[in-house]
Design a protein around this ligand. Structure first.
Ligand code: SAM
Length: 355
């Protein structure tokens, strides 16, 4: 029996902030094998088995739940699936900004979240712009497999894929569908089959003869290359005592375009010189939860991220820091902004100041 190659879970994880966008597969997998992507891996049963069965291919799993992400990474490491990488992220974000054009050999969607309530329908992964991205990122001859037990969602997906005329539906006898049927079932698939639920399968492909247009990288990727970027911060001169700021803290919220910034709680340390503000920023579907640190020195307070390896330093995260700084300013009658490296993100309107 082959002895699995030893591999540590962290060798299989890729982090959004470590890579500039769009990604280069050679940098992620250190080779140029065809890339297959599973969206929403759950515990990784399919991904790991597929990777072990096809060592000549590379497999990326995208999972938004921390619990399932860790399970899938541990499974891949335990089984020695060295051709697997996992990213802990919202697939909508990864598809929009990270996947290079005409570079994916196959997409696998097993039991995508159906979001059955009408008001939640916009959270479904299959949306017209997403279908266009799937087409653009598939290589000619690449295919997309969708499996679900939810008839209504399957019909919606079919309609969206029919509307994307550049993709073709494959018949039962074509090779990608046959090999897809020979694959290991996912955990949900085993469970639902055992329950006797009806399951829908569909495979669409980008025809091998489809011409490839050379596309420039997306100009508006919101997460710049961030590794060398200095810690974003704002100094507030002459603030109120931090103890008073935390005692009177009320949740903060700010929304603009596709970004939502919220600060929900503030906690003071035992000496009253630092506070942690709990925050969440959602940008184009990418949620990031983190803490902001407010530290007090005589005559000033500095607002910055609590951990240097914390969230991606996106525009929304900088706006959130500015929101906390503004709140501190609003609560401190004699205060003013001091040194900062996020000046374009500051809120100036409150005091009638010009930006
Ligand atoms: C119903 S489960 C199916 C899991 C697995 N595919 C299976 O068949 O066993 C759906 C999975 O998709 C993940 N998921 C849902 N929305 C996602 C998104 N936007 N990006 C990445 N993963 C997502 C969920 O966390 C969950 O693990």
């Amino acid at each position: 029996m082959a002895v699995p190659t030893t591999i540590a879970p962290h060798d299989l994880e890729i982090r959004l902030r470590d890579l500039s966008r769009p990604w280069r597969w050679e940098a992620i997998f250190a080779n140029e094998r065809p890339v297959e992507i599973e969206v929403g891996t759950g515990n990784g049963t399919f991904l790991v088995n597929a990777a072990l069965r096809s060592p000549e291919r590379a497999f990326l799993g995208i999972e938004v739940s921390g619990k399932f992400f860790s399970k899938a990474v541990r499974r891949a490491a335990r089984e020695g699936a060295t051709n697997v990488r996992m990213v802990y992220a919202d697939a909508a974000y990864v598809l929009r900004h990270c996947i290079p054009p005409t570079s994916v050999a196959a997409y696998h969607f097993y039991f995508p979240e159906p979001w059955p309530k009408k008001r939640h329908a916009k959270r479904r992964l299959f949306q017209p712009d997403m279908v266009a991205r799937l087409y653009e990122t598939l290589e000619p001859g690449g295919y997309l497999l969708v499996v679900t037990d939810v008839t209504d969602y399957f019909e919606t997906i079919e309609a969206l894929l029919i509307a994307e005329a550049r993709l073709e539906r494959l018949e039962e006898s074509t090779p990608p569908l046959e090999s897809a049927r020979g694959r290991t079932m996912t955990s949900y698939e085993k469970k639902y089959r055992a329950e006797g639920r009806g399951i829908h399968y569909g495979v669409w492909w980008r025809p091998p003869t489809d011409p490839v247009e050379v596309e420039p990288p997306p100009a508006d990727a919101p997460l710049e290359a961030l590794k060398e970027e200095p810690m974003p911060h704002v100094v507030v001169e002459r603030p109120v005592k931090l103890r008073d700021y935390v005692a009177g803290f009320r949740p903060l919220a700010h929304k603009e375009a596709t970004t939502v910034c919220k600060a929900t709680e503030a906690y003071l340390n035992s000496t009253g010189t630092t506070a942690l503000v709990e925050a969440v920023v959602i940008e184009e579907g990418l949620p990031q939860k983190f803490f902001v640190l407010v530290s007090e020195k005589p005559g000033q307070a500095t607002v910055r991220l609590a951990r240097p390896d914390g969230p991606e330093r996106t525009r929304g995260v900088k706006r959130l820091l500015a929101l906390v700084a503004k709140d501190l300013l609003d609560r401190s009658p004699r205060s003013a902004y001091g040194a900062t490296n996020i000046e374009p993100f500051l809120f100036h309107e409150a005091r009638g100041e010009e930006p």
